[in-house]
Ligand binder design. Structure first.
Ligand SMILES: Cc1cc2nc3c(=O)[nH]c(=O)nc-3n(C[C@H](O)[C@H](O)[C@H](O)COP(=O)(O)OP(=O)(O)OC[C@H]3O[C@@H](n4cnc5c(N)ncnc54)[C@H](O)[C@@H]3O)c2cc1C
Length: 474
């Protein structure tokens, strides 16, 4: 290692001699990576291939002690800090350019207590890893729909998936967390201890500290549930979505149905003549008795003339990975997002119009369904506040060839603009891109001022600033 140049939070560079870095390294149980070291590229490469940032120094943390040491080192030297959990964030906020990277991705422990139905989870754990441990005991908690996403970032922004209408957001199932705050202390946050901090980390992202351990409530789930896809021609989407709107208003929270408009991928259950043609896919999941789910979902399956219906009893752990092949890391991605209170006719027209002009076979318009238990939590109970939104649209621009950047980004922006009149005005913080820092206030709505007060208390110097930032005002 030769002398290191590291960026401070205010942009200036500082030189660190080998001796200073060696002294810092002494107290680290994990390992350091710098440009040129074997695992440097692995530590800085994240899901979205459009992000290419080069931290000066990466601390590949082995435990909370490494995080404490890193935070104190960054604070004492006024360094730019990035914090990496699963590395899935679309904005690339896991990685900082030129600063100190606190990499939690090697902290992988999950400890399930099957009697108390709780789990202790370290911040490098992915959804698939958590599900595997919890499902060994027939248990689960609501997480997202792509198994390589990090539990940490997902939870700190809110976290929703197939179980959320019945069991709430990931944060609604968070019992406590250990947090290393900007002053270099480790605090426990729960309803009983530091409840203000606990309120803030349930939706406020990494603004208040580095979480080194999450404690979740678990629920009996599966091992099999009723799940699968119903695929319709896009031309029928108008009628199908009208029926979907009326039907979903009548069903219990255990039934969830997301929808996607895209070109049909070459999947074996789709007739070859449909490959590459525009489709509407309904992704259905019923978390409960399978026969009861069959009965409740039947009208949705009998409506219209689907190209394919592959709904059936499915292992929960398998369903949690079913979309992985379409969401593999390494592609170029650009997202835009809105929340909707319903799927009005006008909105469906806008989506269908853009779906017909999709610029790449990997690109899609995906809408998650919320409501149910998510909406029954009072808006001010956690930092995540858009509890009324029933649908979260992710305009998922995705492609491989950099030459398509402009066309794909323009298409995503155009759809986002056209859909704006139908949106609630709020947005899910975990879907915001790099350029959308100005929407952070929208993401928190009436909770924003309380979050600023909390930031002033826990991180007045904005040490944790590489995120969808809640700027301190002191
Ligand atoms: C393919 C894909 C599918 C997705 N599906 C869903 C879904 O179904 N439901 C859903 O709710 N979201 C979903 N998301 C969004 C996801 O919740 C966010 O991308 C989330 O930020 C990912 O967390 P991470 O730990 O992987 O990310 P990272 O990029 O590592 O981190 C995200 C942010 O959190 C901060 N952070 C991470 N760990 C910590 C920590 N321990 N302490 C403090 N700060 C930390 C980082 O600094 C960064 O600002 C999806 C994302 C992708 C790419």
């Amino acid at each position: 290692m030769s002398d290191l140049q590291m960026k401070s939070r205010h942009g200036a560079g500082q030189r660190f001699s080998d001796e200073r870095i060696a002294a810092f390294q002494q107290g680290i149980r994990g390992r350091l990576a710098t440009p040129g070291s074997e695992d440097y590229d692995q530590a800085r490469t994240i899901w979205n291939a459009m992000i290419d940032r080069r931290p000066a120094l990466v601390v590949r943390c082995a435990g909370a002690a490494d995080v404490l040491r890193s935070v104190r080192f960054a604070r004492d030297n006024d360094l730019l800090v990035g914090v990496r959990g699963g590395g899935h964030n679309i904005a690339g906020n896991a990685v900082c350019d030129g600063g100190l990277q606190i990499d939690l991705s090697l902290m992988k422990s999950v400890r399930v207590d099957p009697v108390a139905r709780t789990a202790r989870v370290e911040p490098g754990v992915t959804l698939g890893e958590f599900d595997r441990e919890a499902q060994a005991f027939g248990l689960a908690t609501p997480l997202g729909i792509n198994s390589t996403t990090g539990v940490a970032g997902l939870t700190l922004g809110g976290g929703f998936g197939w179980l959320s209408r019945g069991l709430g957001l990931s944060i609604d199932n968070l019992l406590s967390a250990d947090v290393v705050t900007a002053d270099g202390e480790l605090l426990r946050a729960s309803e009983q201890e530091n409840p203000d901090l606990f309120w803030g980390i349930r939706g406020g992202g990494g603004n208040f500290g580095v979480v080194t351990s999450f404690e979740f409530k678990l629920h009996p789930v599966g091992p099999e549930l009723l799940a699968g896809l119903i695929v319709h021609p896009l031309d029928d989407a108008r009628e199908v979505m009208r029926f979907h709107r009326e039907f979903m208003a009548t069903v219990p929270d255990e039934l969830t149905c997301w929808f996607v408009m895209r070109q049909a991928p070459p999947l074996p259950f789709l007739p070859p003549e449909w490959h590459g043609k525009e489709i509407l896919a309904l992704a259905v999941c019923y978390n409960g008795d399978i026969a009861e789910g069959e009965r409740i979902a039947r009208p949705l399956r009998e409506f219209g003339r689907p190209i394919a219906d592959v709904i059936g009893p499915t292992p929960y752990a398998g369903w949690q990975t079913v979309l992985d092949p379409l969401l593999a890391p390494g592609a170029r991605n650009y997202w835009k997002s809105h929340d909707f209170a319903d799927t009005s006719d006008g909105l469906i027209e806008v989506m269908m119009d853009h779906a017909r002009r999709i610029p790449d076979p990997q690109t899609e318009i995906a809408c998650a369904q919320l409501g149910g238990a998510v909406s029954r939590v009072p808006r001010g109970a956690t930092a995540y506040n858009h509890r009324d939104g029933q649908y979260v649209m992710n305009v998922h621009g995705r492609w491989s060839d950099p030459a398509k950047d402009e066309a794909c980004i323009a298409w995503a922006r155009s759809l986002w603009q056209a859909a704006a009149p139908f949106a609630t005005g709020s947005v899910y913080v975990n879907f915001l891109t790099q350029e959308e820092g100005g929407r952070v206030r929208e993401a928190y709505g009436e909770n924003y001022d309380r979050l600023v007060a909390l930031k002033n208390k826990y991180d007045p110097a904005n040490l944790f600033g590489v995120n969808q930032n809640i700027s301190p005002t002191v």
